[in-house]
Design a binder for this molecule. Structure first.
Ligand code: UD1
Ligand code: MG
Length: 457
């Protein structure tokens, strides 16, 4: 196998997106398009990956980090000019260079590998990944010569009526003999409708000097679609979503309605977990086996154990253990750490709180900035009063505590192990372990008061 390199084109503004966000950073199933591309390229054995950045260069670099080297394309003069920016890093090397556009998020690593193989087998100087499109509008068209090889690629805008009828399109993914590529790039001109230096023009240059240019036709046009506007973005999202959902179903996850289930690219889910409709799961979320999630739930960046149930609820940036029961209508806010067998019931909001094993907040509570021990029962309507208008304070509820309904725990405050708080209390001082705190006015009963009132009438 020869040395392999990859160049990813990601410098364009993406005018057709009509967006403040640079095109290649638009997410598809929660992950920026260019990250999808890099992740697939990374799955191959590549010596150097160079990403061409320009518009939003700093943001693209921040997204991709050190998985790639970078070359800056200061003015976006076209895709050939973009590749040329990698000259200092790559031009002197022997080997094969894969060029991929940052706006084709669906191209799979295995297709790139097949393209490399095909290229190496045929000994062509360039191999184009092509596809047959039902509607080729907007794509470069593959013009085949009499020998059946690729003669040239014509951009849609430059194509004649006859050429526009060609349905074989340039997917924007190519393999080149590295040295032949950089030599040919020197000869690309911008004499075309858009006044740009087109990378596909390299084909004609190679052909004219007698080199062989081959095409590798992929079965799936869907996989190669380029995203230039929001309509295509939504289409890419649909295709990617289907791909992700099918992968989970094949792994043993039940999706009751896959067309109405939204799972991010990096989410992992264990087998026999059932996901009900209207559920979005994204970021780095991992869910163990045998869970029930949804319907209508939103889960982002959570680590969830097994046998846990989350119904009609939202959970963000938190850890949720095994055998936990959440919802309906609960809100788990960031930095919560919910241990095994905890119950968080309806209309309960949890923020930055640890819940020890077996503890419960079953109804209508706010528990924020709190450390709750094991087997604690927090009665309906209880609140940790964590904010004094300036600062947030911690509430500690030790193991086996019972908090009566409708209590306010004014932080900072500690409720000692095994203590009781009487219903309706506003607790402002620590409660000793095993003690009972009652912090409310004593009840006064006025006998026959109703008669007195009636007399007045
Ligand atoms: C390009 C191809 C077209 C192909 C299609 C596949 C050219 C001239 N045309 O068209 O044949 O069918 O992709 O999707 O290559 N970019 C830069 N610097 C530039 C210009 C573009 O980095 O100066 C990057 C863009 O960020 C983008 C990629 O190159 O990621 C492709 O550019 P785009 O403008 O989308 O080209 P298309 O018109 O889609
Ligand atoms: Mg494009």
């Amino acid at each position: 196998m020869s040395n392999r390199y990859a160049v990813i084109l990601a410098a364009g503004q993406g005018t057709r997106m009509k967006s403040k966000l640079y095109k290649v950073l638009h997410p598809v199933c929660g992950k920026p398009m260019v990250q999808h591309v890099i992740d697939q390229v990374k799955s191959l054995d590549i010596n150097d990956i160079v990403t061409i950045v320009g518009h939003g260069a700093e943001k693209v670099k921040a997204q991709l980090g050190d998985t790639s080297q970078y070359a800056l394309q200061e003015a976006q003069l076209g895709t050939a000019h973009a590749v040329q920016q990698a000259k200092d890093i790559l031009a002197d090397n022997d080997g094969v260079t894969l060029v991929v556009c940052g706006d084709t998020p669906l191209v799979k690593g295995e297709t790139m590998e097949a393209l490399f193989r095909h290229h190496e087998e045929t000994g062509a100087k360039a191999t184009i990944l092509t596809a047959l499109a039902d509607d080729p509008t907007g794509y470069g068209r593959i013009v085949r010569g009499e020998d059946g090889d690729v003669e040239k690629i014509v951009e849609h805008k430059d194509a004649t009526e006859a050429e526009r009828k060609i349905t074989e399109i340039n997917t924007g993914t190519y393999c080149f003999d590295n040295k032949a590529l950089f030599a040919a790039l020197e000869n690309v001109s911008n004499d075309n409708v858009q006044g740009e230096y087109y990378l596909p023009d390299v084909v004609e240059i190679l052909k004219k000097q007698g080199d062989r240019v081959s095409a590798y036709v992929t079965e799936s046009f869907e996989e190669t679609m380029g995203v230039n506007d929001r309509v295509a973005l939504a289409e890419a999202e649909r295709i990617m979503r289907k791909r992700i959902n099918e992968m989970h179903m094949r792994n043993g996850v039940s999706l009751i309605d896959p067309s109405n289930t939204y799972i991010g690219s990096d989410v992992t889910i264990g087998s026999d977990t059932v996901i009900y409709p209207g559920t979005t799961i994204d970021g780095s979320t991992s869910i163990g086996p045998d869970c029930i999630i949804g319907p209508n739930s939103e889960i982002s960046n959570c680590e969830i154990g097994n046998n846990t149930v989350i119904r009609q609820s939202a959970a963000f940036d938190s850890k949720i253990g095994s055998g936990v029961n959440i919802g309906p209508f609960a809100h788990i806010r960031p930095q919560s750490d919910i241990h095994d067998e905890v119950k968080i019931g309806n209309f309960v909001e949890i923020k930055k709180a640890v819940f020890g094993k077996g503890s419960k907040a079953s109804h209508l509570s706010y528990i924020g900035d709190a450390e709750v021990g094991t087997d604690v029962n927090i009665g309906c309507g209880s609140i940790t009063v964590n904010y004094d208008g300036q600062n947030k304070h911690l509430t500690k509820i030790e193991d086996d505590v019972f908090i009566g309904c409708n209590s306010n725990l004014v932080a900072p405050v500690t409720i000692g192990k095994g203590a009781y708080v009487a219903a309706g209390s506003t607790i402002t001082e620590d409660v000793p372990g095993e003690g009972l705190a009652i912090a409310r006015a004593r009840q006064v009963n006025k006998e026959e008061y109703a008669q007195k009132l009636n007399r007045k009438k």
